[in-house]
Design a protein around this ligand. Structure first.
Ligand code: TGC
Ligand code: FAD
Length: 388
């Protein structure tokens, strides 16, 4: 039985709607994710049947208006959903992040009304699975140098290039792909599965996010209809605006993984006896537990305030970077420390720590690495970009 830590009574900050959403997603994670996720991760398989169920519980595009299949909720509700999903596994939260923030968000924000009506309802239910192609084999932290490009061929575009490390790529029905036009301006294109010259091979052998499907997007003279260009954004700020939403969700999500580890470690420490006493009675273990709870509490307060700012449309990209960086590092440290509290048992799949720990190694790298987010804060406080 999961007992989420809430040392500073942050529950009192939530509305009834937030709590209803949280209960629904928490129950679903207990029912549908927890029983199968360890096996899926061990077998390196994404449990694709969960996609439709995620659509049913409203995990896709919760802040997208109801007219397009979303739930029209606020950004705190979105964050709460991400926390609960990541308590299950970062792979499940990844599926929620990509579909909501990296596929539905750009289609809603930058798409035409026809594109919104064509894709958003199916993405909300999970009928369609989406992917987001920004990173390339030779351009990760520096996406502005991307090589993927398209030419205007009169009645269509011709797309060439490749994207790498793309969540959902092998299983996606559509991908929002960022590519340069003939003037070198970055634009977004909706590429559909089955287009000639488009393939999405899977990336195997990951030690992290093993229950997530990751792959490449390869474009070899792909004919893309002109109707599939996102009309309302130009430049790198398009994909970066999507990342603001996804990074915000990850900052909430990582707390879920941390809380899962803390909860399991506390219970274990109270039950496990050595030298005739529960290991929870030893000061060294209490130090770990007390520090974990302190860090979780700080992260909860940080993200609450960021959620309020985001609801008011006042959260800056640099504030989001700080929260993503802080909360993911916090969760990774808690996964490691809680694993130690369990001794040898901590390395088994009977407990979630190793799985969370390995997952968080990706989470600290994707959506902007730990270093890049530090540099974003550094630029914000000094006014001097130190990227180059
Ligand atoms: P720079 O010259 O600073 O900026 C270019 C233009 O973009 C604007 N901008 C932003 N706009 C909105 N939100 C932001 N966060 C923005 N950051 C910058 C900027 O104002 C400028 O606009 P304009 O109008 O003047 O043109 O760009 P730069 O090339 O120097 O790069 C800056 C840097 C390094 C911070 C940025 O490129 C970056 O964030 N790099 C990290 C790349 C990254 O995060 N990739 C993530 C790929 S997607 C992914 O990982 C999904 S994982 C999914 C999952 O499974 O959950
Ligand atoms: P690099 O950019 O090569 O960085 C390598 C190291 O150098 C890092 O430590 C970095 O911090 C450091 N570094 C780079 N530049 C600087 C600098 N200026 N100053 C100091 N240090 C620097 N991308 C997508 O587009 N869509 C997806 O769906 C997606 N899903 C992913 C899923 C997984 C499981 C993973 C692991 C990645 C995914 N990514 C996705 C890619 C992810 O966003 C990139 O891995 C990330 O942006 C870093 O790029 P890179 O791996 O090329 O590292």
């Amino acid at each position: 039985m999961y007992t989420p830590p809430d040392y500073y009574l942050t529950d009192e900050l939530l509305s009834d709607e937030h709590k209803i959403v949280r209960t629904a997603v928490r129950d679903w994670v207990n029912r549908s994710v927890k029983p199968i996720i360890e096996k899926a991760a061990q077998e390196h398989i994404f449990p694709i049947h969960l996609i439709r169920e995620m659509g049913e519980i409203g995990a896709f595009g919760p802040y997208i208006p109801e007219k397009y299949g979303g739930a029209g909720m606020d950004h705190i509700a979105y964050g709460i959903i991400m926390t609960e999903l990541e308590r299950g596994d970062s792979a499940i939260r990844s599926a929620g992040s990509v579909q909501s923030s990296l596929v539905m968000y750009p289609i809603f924000t930058f798409g035409s009304e026809e594109q919104r009506m064509k894709y958003l309802p199916g993405l909300a239910t999970g009928e369609y699975i989406g992917a987001f192609g920004l990173t390339e084999p030779n351009h990760g932290s520096d996406p502005g140098s991307m090589l993927t490009n398209y030419e205007d061929k009169g009645d269509h575009f011709l797309l060439n290039g490749s994207k790498m490390w793309i969540t959902n790529a092998p299983i996606a029905d559509i991908a929002v792909v960022w590519a340069k036009d003939e003037e070198g301006i970055i634009r977004g294109l909706i590429v559909e599965k089955g287009m000639e010259g488009f393939s999405a091979p899977e990336t195997k052998g990951k030690w992290s996010l093993r229950a997530s499907s990751t792959g490449e997007l390869v474009f070899d003279n792909v004919k893309v209809s002109k109707e599939n260009l996102l009309p309302n954004v130009k430049g790198l700020k398009g994909p970066l605006m999507c990342l603001n939403s996804a990074r915000y969700g990850i900052a909430w999500g990582a707390i879920g993984a941390a809380m899962d580890c803390y909860d399991a470690a506390l219970k274990y420490a109270l039950e496990r006896k050595q030298f005739g006493k529960p290991i929870a009675s030893f000061q060294l273990q209490q130090k770990k537990l007390a520090e974990m709870l302190t860090e979780i509490t700080k992260a909860q307060l940080l993200i609450w305030r960021l959620g309020v700012l985001r609801n008011e449309n006042r959260a800056t990209p640099a504030q989001i970077s700080m929260a993503k960086r802080n909360n993911v590092e916090m969760a990774l440290k808690i996964a490691r420390d809680s694993r130690q509290i369990l001794g040898a048992m901590g390395i088994t799949g009977d407990f979630p720590m190793m799985r969370h720990m390995m997952n968080l190694e990706s989470v600290i790298t994707y959506e902007g690495t730990h270093d890049i987010h530090l540099l974003i804060t550094g630029m914000d406080v000094t006014g001097i970009p130190a990227f180059e």
